[in-house]
Design a protein around this ligand. Structure first.
Ligand SMILES: [Zn+2]
Length: 141
């Protein structure tokens, strides 16, 4: 897995995980990487300015690495929390989110998969959805 800091054409930056550099390129080409702020699919890798640290710590891991593994733990925690407290709706995510928003089904936490187009439509309609920094585990029905 690779974590990239990405930037959309509106200059929003966000982090996302990809299986590989090739997978990232392919997903961007298919417009499947969506800015969580504005729904833009014009995504590029953000060029990160090298960080300058004035305080030196001796012996320990470089701060960058610590941050990375903390992020990874945070994501795993989030994944556990979401899977424990939310209902997996699979490919039906967009429909479920919409009918919940419209009050057709009781409100609850759901997670699943949505096509970039569907996710963008939800965002356009003001329906609060959030891209997850991981792929939901597929559950057998
Ligand atoms: Zn954006």
């Amino acid at each position: 897995m690779i974590n990239y800091t990405l930037k959309c054409d509106q200059n929003h930056t966000f982090d996302s995980w990809f299986k590989s550099a090739e997978a990232f390129e392919m997903l961007v080409k298919k417009s499947m990487v969506v800015c969580s702020e504005c729904g833009s699919t014009k995504i590029t890798k953000a060029i990160m300015a090298p960080s300058v640290s004035t305080s030196r710590k001796k012996g320990n891991k470089p701060p960058e690495l610590e941050k990375k593994s903390k992020l990874k733990n945070d994501i795993l925690e989030l994944k556990k929390k979401i899977e424990a407290n939310s209902e997996y709706v699979g490919n039906n995510f967009a429909n479920e989110a919409r009918s919940m928003y419209l009050g057709e089904t009781p409100e609850r936490s759901i997670y699943g998969e949505a096509k970039a187009d569907d996710a963008k439509k939800l965002i356009d309609d003001g329906i609060p959805v959030m891209p997850l920094p991981f792929l939901p585990a597929k559950k057998a029905n």
